[in-house]
Write a protein of this length. Structure first.
Length: 135
């Protein structure tokens, strides 16, 4: 999403995208700063509730996509290649920014090593980059 949002054709004055490693401090600033008219958030119920509470003094517009606490489970009778494909899609779909993105993967111990190896190899095929790089 970041890569699309920073393209020259995208109206930058329309929106600002923030991915913060210091979510508490950044979230508080977004919620209490009078220059910010609206926030949108994808994440846990707990964090969404906190953001909504912090925005309430200003009656700031808030859009929340919360509730995602979706495990992905692989049992020993699974088609491991198919399960790995499904797990990767469930985790990385829309950069992980959906309420149904898998946030943890449970694997039955008898197929753990095979599944972990295949997940590691498959996730390594993605190209990771700096979203702010224009190259």
């Amino acid at each position: 999403m970041f890569a699309l949002a920073i393209r020259p054709a995208f109206p930058m004055a329309w929106s600002t995208w923030i991915y913060a490693s210091e979510g508490d401090r950044v979230g508080r600033e977004l919620c209490t700063n009078f220059k910010i008219q609206k926030i949108s958030f994808t994440g846990s119920n707990e964090a969404g509730r906190l953001l909504m509470r912090q925005c309430s003094d200003q009656i700031k517009k808030v859009s929340l996509e919360t509730g995602g606490n979706a495990p992905f489970i692989i049992f020993d009778d699974a088609d491991i290649d198919g399960a790995v494909d499904g797990a990767v899609q469930a985790k990385f779909r829309n950069a992980g920014q959906t309420c149904v993105s898998a946030n943890r993967i449970y694997v039955q111990s008898s197929v753990h090593d095979e599944s972990a190896e295949k997940l590691w190899r498959r996730s390594g095929t993605y190209q990771w980059s700096d979203v702010y790089s224009r190259s």
